[in-house]
Write a protein that binds this ligand. Sequence first.
Ligand code: ADP
Ligand code: MG
Length: 260
Amino acid sequence: MMKMTKKRPDFQNDFSGTLHQNLEFTAREQYKLLRTNLNFTLPHDEKCPVIGVTSSMRGEGKSTTAVNLSYVLAENGAKVLLIDGDLRIPSIAKKMGIEKSTGLTDLLVGRGAQLGEYRSSILDNWYILPAGDIPPNPSELLGSRRMAEVIAELRNVFDYIVVDLPPVNIVTDAVAISPIISGMIVVIREGYAQKKELERCFRQLELSNVKILGCVLNESTNGKGSYSKYKYKKYGTYKYYRYYEKHGYYETPKKEAEQK
Ligand SMILES: Nc1ncnc2c1ncn2[C@@H]1O[C@H](COP(=O)(O)OP(=O)(O)O)[C@@H](O)[C@H]1O
Ligand SMILES: [Mg+2]
């Protein structure tokens, strides 16, 4: 018999179990650990840190991580803005069940809505800025002076800004935005990205001089769908060890329901 799960009317999608308040206990604990550890890697004197989330390739769990990180930060009482900076294949609005709405690209051309309109329905202090209309020149926009101005303004209003970005190895967007963010979180999906892709990703980021705040080892599983602390020792993961060693890492378990 099929297990019945409670579904919120606005989250009728298959990834709802991997997001914010629908997270299972172990996953939630890992995101809280990530939140705690960020306190150690973020610059201390910064008023509103801007945290970029990227990876080497698509599908590694950047957007999932960006949603959940911004959620646990807000859950802790901070005023948090999640920005969909993946102006090529935006996914935050869809993940959050937000119907057509204005977003980042509208703010960039000065026709954004009032900030209040971006407040999430889940937490009063959690705001979500979708991508807006897809522009022809995402890299240029993300690296533009106008983008820097918009971020500077938003920094006066929020305690944290989390920016979901496209993957480093596919386009230069994540590198383009580097100068205006405090640091980057790199999501690594276990057994997904190849060593040379990861190397390329880190090399690019290092060239851009962005501070790497840490790596999230996404979808770590002990085969039963639950969190395994020692997974990194197993085959398929050991080859990434060098990066964890250097930048620190956090594991987020795979949801059982999502396993193929
Ligand atoms: N830890 C996880 N457990 C189960 N499914 C996950 C996990 N992380 C991501 N996913 C799923 O994998 C797919 C890709 O994730 P997404 O966050 O959209 O990746 P990206 O933004 O890097 O392209 C989505 O369907 C998402 O729900
Ligand atoms: Mg994404």
